[in-house]
Design a protein around this ligand. Structure first.
Ligand code: DC
Length: 229
C-alpha cells in the first residue's frame, strides 16, 4: 500500500534546529519544506526598507498589499529560497538587523493573518513539512504529525552564534544570546498565536542527540502517522 501524504508541523523556540530537521525530513520523504520564519523575516525586511510604521494598522495593511512572497527553488542547491517581490532575500533576512525586529512584526495580527493564509494554501495538497511557532496550534491544528522541538539554552546560543559568526565575524555571543532570549519571550507571550506546544505534539529534545539520530526518530514517527510501516 502506498503511504498517504501527510502534513508534518515542527514548532519550537529559536535555534532548536527546526529548519535542519524539516529540510532533511522533506528530502527523505520527497515532501516540500516550508520555512514560515522566512516569511515573517521577509515582511520585516520590507517594513524596514520602506520605513513602515508597524504600530499603525493602516500602514501595515497598505504595506502588506504591496508584498508578494514566493518560495523559489535554487537550481544549484535545490533549496527553496524566499523571494520578496521577485528579489531573492534568503541571505539578507538572516541578518541580525532583521532578527532584532522580526518578533515585533510577527506579533502583529494583520501580519499573521496575511502569512497564515498563504501557509494554509501551501499545505493544502499535503506532503509538506512546515516549521515555525504556531504551525501545529494555528496553521494546521489537524496535522497528522506535530513535533515540538526543544534544546538547552546554552546549546541553542552556541549554534546560532556559529551560524551568524560565519557571515559576520564582528558579532558577539552576548548579542546572540540577548536576541534569542528576547525573541523567545516575545514569541511565547504575544496575544495572537503565541508559541506553545500543541496538546497532541510529540516533544523532541535534541540537546544530546545527533542530527542523524533526530532524523531517524522523526522518520519513524512520520512513517507511523502516514500508515507506511
Ligand atoms: O524561525 P525563525 O527564527 O526564522 O523565525 C523568525 C521569527 O518569526 C521568530 O522570532 C518568530 C516568528 N515566527 C512566528 O511568529 N511564527 C512562525 N510560524 C514562524 C516564525
Amino acid at each position: 500500500m502506498k503511504a498517504a501524504k501527510i502534513i508534518i508541523t515542527i514548532d519550537g523556540y529559536s535555534s532548536c534546529g527546526k529548519s535542519t530537521l524539516a529540510r532533511q525530513l522533506a528530502q527523505e520523504l520527497d515532501y516540500t519544506y516550508i520555512d514560515t520564519g522566512a516569511m515573517y523575516r521577509a515582511i520585516t525586511l520590507y517594513f524596514l526598507r520602506n520605513q513602515t510604521n508597524w504600530t499603525a494598522t493602516e500602514e501595515v495593511e497598505e504595506a502588506l498589499r504591496n508584498i508578494e512572497l514566493e518560495f523559489v527553488v535554487n537550481t544549484r542547491s535545490g533549496n527553496r529560497e524566499i523571494h520578496l517581490n521577485g528579489e531573492n532575500v534568503e541571505f539578507l533576512i538572516r541578518d541580525l538587523v532583521v532578527a532584532e525586529k522580526v518578533s515585533e512584526v510577527a506579533a502583529i495580527r494583520e501580519v499573521r493573518t496575511f502569512a497564515v493564509a498563504q501557509q494554509r494554501k501551501m499545505g493544502e495538497a499535503k506532503g509538506v513539512v512546515m516549521d515555525g511557532r504556531d504551525i501545529g496550534t494555528t496553521v494546521f491544528p489537524q496535522a497528522e504529525l506535530k513535533i515540538f522541538m526543544t534544546a538547552d539554552n546554552a546549546i541553542r546560543v552556541e549554534r546560532r552564534f556559529k551560524e551568524l559568526f560565519a557571515k559576520n565575524p564582528n558579532i558577539t555571543i552576548e548579542e546572540v544570546k540577548a536576541n534569542l532570549e528576547m525573541r523567545d519571550y516575545i514569541d511565547s507571550h504575544r496575544e495572537v498565536s503565541p508559541l506553545r506546544k500543541a496538546d497532541d505534539a510529540v516533544i523532541l529534545d535534541n540537546s544530546d542527540i545527533t542530527p542523524e539520530e533526530q532524523l531517524q526518530l522523526a522518520l519513524t514517527w512520520a512513517r507511523e502517522c502516514s500508515g507506511d510501516q
